[in-house]
Design a binder for this molecule. Structure first.
Ligand code: PGA
Length: 253
């Protein structure tokens, strides 16, 4: 059985006070979430240690939204994978499309970050996905395959076993335009098949592939019911505790 995962990517939202309030509200409501669903909060770096304390006695997990390409040293403003791990966080989102487009992160950069995350005992949540023009030009399969080949498919199968993937079509992120369950399933099925070809049947069966892009309470159940969708990476709707919990309860498998 693959894990069922819902991760809330707060992006650059919530000051510390607001972040604590949101976490407390999620804590109050989390009893409703089935025990086999892993719920992860991904606040900004600066809140990690505080939110880690806040969720200490709960099943909630913690993720960073990014990490440095270097291990340590004179890299002003950067945050290393080991620093993230030392806060109690167990996950890190890597290669989000906003990082790829606004901060010019290439697949090489993303691969370096994945390696450092793994070395420091973090589970990388690695994002892939095509732009609107790539979707319209029907290039989405080769684009996503290329992103995977240049990053996670370069890992050993043991390392790959610790990776969580997130398919996030760029045209669906923060736009209110969700991929239809059929569009998302088609891509998730494709990704799983490529994992099987690159690693093994078991690797394909066991890798969690999350969907991200305008996922909300009204569409989560239909998305999560697809055979190859194992949960969601949630942006906007993760900032409202009720919506986030509602999404976390949307599994039927
Ligand atoms: P969204 O963002 O849910 O606001 O579309 C998803 C993401 O970027 O992870």
């Amino acid at each position: 059985m693959r894990p069922q995962i819902v991760a809330g990517n707060w992006k650059m939202n919530n000051d510390l006070h607001e972040g604590r309030k949101l976490t407390q509200s999620i804590k109050e409501l989390q009893g409703d979430i089935p025990a086999d669903v892993t719920v992860i909060l991904a606040p900004p770096f600066i809140h990690l240690a505080e939110i880690s304390r806040e969720i200490m006695d709960t099943p909630l997990k913690l993720s960073a939204q990014n990490c440095a390409t270097e291990e340590k040293g004179a890299f002003t403003g950067e945050v290393s994978a080991s620093m993230i791990r030392s806060t109690g966080a167990q996950y890190v989102i890597i290669g989000h499309s906003e990082r790829r487009s606004y901060y010019n992160e290439t697949d090489d950069v993303i691969y370096k970050k994945i390696q450092l995350a793994l070395k420091n005992d973090l589970y990388p949540i690695v994002c892939c996905g095509e732009s609107l023009s790539q979707r319209e030009n029907e290039q989405y399969f080769p684009v996503v395959e290329d992103q995977l080949e240049k990053t996670v498919f370069k890992l050993s199968s043991e390392d790959f076993g610790r990776v969580i993937l997130a398919y996030e079509p760029v045209w669906a992120i923060g736009t209110g335009k969700t991929a239809t369950p059929e569009q998302a399933q088609e891509m998730h099925g494709f990704i799983r098949q490529k994992i099987q070809e690159n690693f093994s049947r078991d690797a394909g069966e066991n890798t969690a592939i999350l969907y991200g892009g305008s996922c909300k309470p009204s569409n989560a159940a239909e998305l999560f019911a697809q055979p190859d969708i194992d949960g969601g990476l949630i942006g906007g709707a993760s900032l409202k505790s009720k919506d986030f919990i509602e999404i976390s309860k949307s599994f039927s498998k």
